[in-house]
Design a protein around this ligand. Structure first.
Ligand code: HEC
Ligand code: HEC
Ligand code: HEC
Ligand code: HEC
Ligand code: HEC
Length: 386
């Protein structure tokens, strides 16, 4: 009896321990798969992201052998999450889930709801096997779209509809508003109940403009290789370092010349502060080109530095903001330059960011990582003095 029970338990736990792997989706969703493969979601583990690893190596939870980051960085690794829940030793192993499936297709498309909590929110996953949530205005009522023949034009044309591999549930509102992103992205507090990061909630309430419409815009290319569509939702998750042109329309730079000075303004049309990670350092650089000579004006920095007693610290020690010059949600920041322009001066305006503040590079042991040290340009433009 005991043996039978434990076999049943094993079978049950095998099923409960796995999401369908993303490689399976690849066959019918090749374009989306290749975007996903290159995205920070696929690469969210310590094995695929050097910055995350650098921070983890210093984190006190590593000494405690408890990879608490898994809840958001590798939630597909159910085995690891189970160990975390049971307060067992839970360290990530370099296996297929950690390297290929950190936040997988099936994981995301199974997020049923998001529970709000003070420290960090929690994703509630659907337990229905192979029923994926998706958004589609025309089928909103449909909870269990199956694979079948659909006959149209008075029975003249027979067309397959649905997916031969899975069912689709179009009724989950969270896939229309972007709330499904908020289990991981909303906020994270440390043990001092201090916000390490927070995304304004209003970006996940409207069906017109939200996390999905901005970060997963519809771009050319079919969503499946079976049913051909003109467009699909971009799954590379645009950010400042990759495909930033998809986001460029939400950051506007302007220039205004006065008699004795000039102004550069940056308008942030994102629903959240321009950068959210305290590691980021954004900078505005302005050069004046006159008679073949270039004069660099003072570089302006925009950042949110966290720490304690007025000094920057690692996130787990922080209890306050040391500085916060980050451009806020929907803010237009005007920067004044005390510089008298002359006719025909050419003004070069460059706005960009370091994904890791250069002051943190050595602490995180990233001196050999070119990507972290690079200045990513979001915007580079010339203006002309009148
Ligand atoms: C509540 C969910 C959540 C938890 C828990 C969490 N993170 Fe994150 N982390 C995120 C999100 C979301 C991002 C991306 C957000 C952004 O870039 O603004 C991120 C980004 C990062 C980055 C920046 C990565 C880069 O490429 O620049 C680092 C470093 C990081 N996390 C470290 C950790 C460590 C270490 C832990 C565990 C001790 C952890 N995080 C736990 C949600 C979480
Ligand atoms: C971080 C979460 C996330 C991950 C990971 C993810 N998706 Fe999506 N996906 C979404 C959201 C949100 C939408 C937009 C709303 C909708 O249509 O479901 C979407 C849309 C889609 C669509 C709808 C068709 C279209 O218009 O593009 C398909 C198909 C799809 N995803 C397949 C996949 C596959 C296959 C993978 C893995 C290779 C994947 N998704 C990974 C969140 C995710
Ligand atoms: C055997 C082929 C096949 C496989 C494998 C497959 N899909 Fe699909 N999928 C389809 C087809 C075909 C559609 C389009 C159905 C329709 O619109 O009628 C679809 C649609 C979807 C949609 C909804 C698109 C919409 O209409 O908004 C999502 C989400 C999705 N698939 C996710 C996944 C995920 C995640 C995986 C892997 C776990 C996967 N699919 C594996 C064939 C497949
Ligand atoms: C299961 C948790 C989870 C979900 C759900 C999720 N993300 Fe993420 N996201 C992360 C983590 C963790 C990272 C950081 C990965 C890293 O860099 O290590 C990230 C990275 C990103 C980035 C890149 C950030 C940067 O600084 O480069 C964007 C943009 C993003 N996510 C947008 C979204 C959107 C939009 C949704 C909803 C459609 C979503 N995410 C859903 C956990 C999640
Ligand atoms: C109106 C468009 C818009 C909306 C809505 C929006 N974003 Fe953004 N997001 C941006 C822009 C613009 C940037 C910053 C520029 C960049 O990183 O290139 C950005 C940056 C980010 C980053 C990277 C921040 C960093 O520190 O590197 C994450 C993560 C992110 N957004 C997540 C979200 C989530 C989650 C939502 C929904 C609550 C959301 N965004 C809603 C436009 C938008």
């Amino acid at each position: 009896m005991k043996i039978i029970l434990s076999i049943i338990f094993m079978i049950l736990s095998i099923q409960a321990n796995e999401f369908v792997d993303s490689n399976t989706c690849k066959g019918c969703h090749p374009t989306i798969y290749s975007e996903f493969y290159d995205s920070s979601h696929r690469k969210a583990s310590i094995f695929e992201n050097k910055v995350h690893k650098g921070m983890w190596d210093l984190h006190p939870d590593k000494q405690k052998e408890s990879y608490t980051c898994a809840k958001c960085h590798t939630p597909t690794d159910l085995e690891l999450l189970k160990k975390l829940d049971e307060n067992q030793k839970a360290l990530p192993e370099q296996n297929n889930v950690q390297t290929q499936e950190a936040i997988s297709c099936a994981y995301c498309h199974s997020i049923k709801d998001v529970e709000s909590h003070a420290k960090l929110n929690k994703n509630v996953s659907s337990l229905k096997e192979k029923v994926f949530y998706s958004a589609n205005e025309d089928n909103r009522e449909e909870k269990n779209k199956e694979f079948k023949d659909e006959v149209s034009l008075f029975g003249m044309i027979k067309e397959k509809s649905g997916s031969p591999f899975h069912k689709i549930d179009y009724s989950n509102e969270n896939f229309y508003t972007g709330k499904m992103c908020m289990g991981c992205h909303s906020h994270l507090q440390n043990d001092s109940s201090f916000d390490l990061c927070r995304v304004e909630e209003k970006g996940s309430t409207s069906e017109e403009t939200n996390c999905i419409s901005c970060h997963m815009p519809k771009i050319a290319g079919t969503a499946t290789s079976i049913k051909i569509t003109k467009e699909h939702r971009y799954h590379g998750f645009a950010n400042g370092a990759k495909n930033q042109e998809l986001l460029a329309e939400y950051i506007k730079i302007d220039f205004k010349e006065n008699t004795n000075n000039f102004e550069v303004s940056i308008k942030n049309e994102a629903s959240h502060n321009l950068f959210l990670q305290p590691l980021r350092l954004a900078q505005l650089k302005v050069n004046i080109l006159r008679n073949n000579k270039t004069t660099a004006l003072e570089t302006k920095s925009f950042t949110r530095i966290i720490g304690k007693d007025g000094k920057a610290t690692m996130p787990w020690l922080a209890d306050s903001e040391v500085t916060n010059t980050m451009i806020k949600a929907n803010e237009t920041r005007v920067i004044n330059y005390d510089f008298k322009l002359e006719k025909d001066d050419k003004i070069e305006v460059i706005f960009g960011f370091y994904s890791v503040n250069p002051k943190m590079i050595e602490k995180l042991n990233l001196q050999d990582d070119e990507e972290s040290k690079k200045f990513n340009i979001l915007f580079s433009k010339f203006f002309y003095a009148k």
